[in-house]
Design a protein around this ligand. Structure first.
Ligand code: CP
Ligand code: NVA
Length: 331
C-alpha cells in the first residue's frame, strides 16, 4: 500500500468492517514479501486464523461490502479457491481476473492497473512471474496488495505451513524443518518466515539449485535474532537427519517448463521416499505445497501415508488467508 500518494476514493471502503481489538497489533499494510510481516504480526495472524477456524460465524460479516481482485498470470487451484472462499466467508466478494494469456503490464502499465483497481475494489491478490510486478502494484495502489506467488516467494503458503506445524506440534520454536529439492519460491518463503518464528531450517538442493544467496543471508540474520538456525547443504540425508518435517515441492516451477527434462536428471536423488524418512525423527510429517508429482519429488507411498499433512496445509491456506484479509482490511 502506498502511504504517500493514496487518496481514498469515494467508494472505498463501502462498509466499515469490525476492527480487530487493540490487543491484536498488526503492523503490515501489504504482503508482497515475507518480510512485510514481523514475527509479532505472524503470531497475531496464526492466532486469528485458529479462532476463525474454531468460530467461523463470528467473522461472517466482517468484510461485508469489500471486494478482492485476484490477478493471476499463472494457473492455480488452492490459492484461487481459498482466496475466493475466504472473502465470501467474511461476507465480502472476490473477482477473478485471468491474466494467463497476457501478463500484467502488456495492455497497460502495471501502475495504471493498480490505480484503476484501487477505485473499485478493497484489496488485490496477484500471482505474477516477476516479483517486481506485485511490488509495483503495491507501490501504486492505495489498497492492500497480497503476493499470491511470484517467481521469488510464496508468503501465503508459508503462513499456512506454519499454521500446520503449529497445529501438529503445538509450538514452532525449535521445530526442525527439512526442505529437500529446488531452492525456489516456496523454499525462499519457508526460509524467511520460518526463521522469524524460531523454526530450524535445513535445505538440501542439487548444486546450483540452492536458494538465492541474499534470501539465505537474510534468513540467517533473522535466525540469529529468533534463536533458530539455517543450513543449506547438497546432501539430502544430512538435511533430513532428525527432522520433524520433510517438505518438498515440484522440481520445475511454473514458467520453467523448458528446463523440466534436465532438472529431472539432477533432482532424482532428492526424491522424498520412505528410505529418506528413515533418517528423520520417528514421528516426522511429510509436507508439500501441492500440486505434487508422484514418482518425481515425492514417492506415492509417502504422500499417501499417515504422516502426510499435505491436505491440512491446503485447508490452512483458507484459514491463514482469511485472517490475513481481515487483519489487512480492518486497520
Ligand atoms: N500451493 C499452491 O499455491 O497451489 P496452487 O498453485 O494450486 O494455487
Ligand atoms: N514452486 C511452485 C509452487 C506452486 C504452488 C511453482 O512456482 O510452480
Amino acid at each position: 500500500m502506498n502511504k504517500y500518494t493514496f487518496r481514498p476514493g469515494p467508494a472505498n471502503p463501502l462498509v466499515q468492517a469490525p476492527k480487530p481489538p487493540a490487543a491484536l497489533p498488526f503492523a503490515a499494510s501489504d504482503l508482497v514479501y515475507d518480510d512485510d510481516l514481523t514475527a509479532a504480526d505472524v503470531h497475531v495472524l496464526l492466532n486469528v486464523a485458529s479462532q476463525m477456524r474454531r468460530n467461523p460465524g463470528d467473522y461472517s460479516g466482517a468484510l461485508s461490502g469489500r471486494t478482492l481482485a485476484l490477478l493471476f498470470e499463472k494457473p492455480s487451484l488452492r490459492t484461487r479457491v481459498t482466496f475466493e472462499v475466504a472473502m465470501k466467508g467474511l461476507g465480502g466478494d472476490a473477482i477473478f481476473i485471468d491474466c494467463r494469456g497476457e501478463p500484467l503490464g502488456v495492455r497497460e502499465p502495471v501502475r495504471d492497473v493498480a490505480r484503476n483497481l484501487d477505485r473499485w475494489v478493497s484489496a488485490i491478490a496477484a500471482r505474477t512471474f516477476r516479483q517486481s510486478t506485485v511490488e509495483e502494484l503495491a507501490e501504486w495502489a492505495g489498497i492492500p496488495v497480497i503476493n499470491a506467488l511470484s517467481d521469488r516467494v510464496h508468503p501465503c503458503q508459508a503462513l499456512a505451513d506454519m499454521l500446520t506445524l503449529l497445529d501438529h506440534f503445538g509450538h514452532l520454536a525449535g521445530i526442525k524443518l527439512a526442505y529437500v529439492g529446488d531452492g525456489n519460491n516456496v523454499a525462499h518463503s519457508l526460509l524467511l518466515t520460518g526463521s522469524k518464528l524460531g523454526v530450524d531450517i535445513s535445505i538440501a538442493c542439487p548444486p546450483s539449485y540452492e536458494p538465492d544467496a541474499a534470501i539465505v543471508a537474510k534468513a540467517r540474520q533473522t535466525a540469529v535474532e529468533s534463536g533458530s538456525s539455517v543450513r543449506i547443504v547438497n546432501d539430502p540425508l544430512e538435511a533430513v537427519a532428525g527432522a520433524d518435517a520433510i517438505y518438498t515441492d515440484v522440481w520445475t516451477s511454473m514458467g520453467a517448463e523448458h528446463e523440466a527434462n534436465s532438472r529431472k536428471q539432477h533432482f532424482m536423488p532428492y526424491q522424498v521416499n520412505e528410505e529418506m524418512f528413515g533418517a528423520a525423527a520417528p514421528n516426522a510429517v511429510f509436507m508439500h505445497c501441492l500440486p505434487a508429482h508422484r514418482g518425481e519429488e515425492v514417492a506415492n507411498e509417502v504422500i499417501e501415508s499417515q504422516r502426510s499433512v499435505v491436505f491440512d496445509q491446503a485447508e490452512n491456506r483458507l484459514h491463514a488467508q482469511k485472517a490475513l484479509l481481515w487483519l489487512l482490511l480492518s486497520q
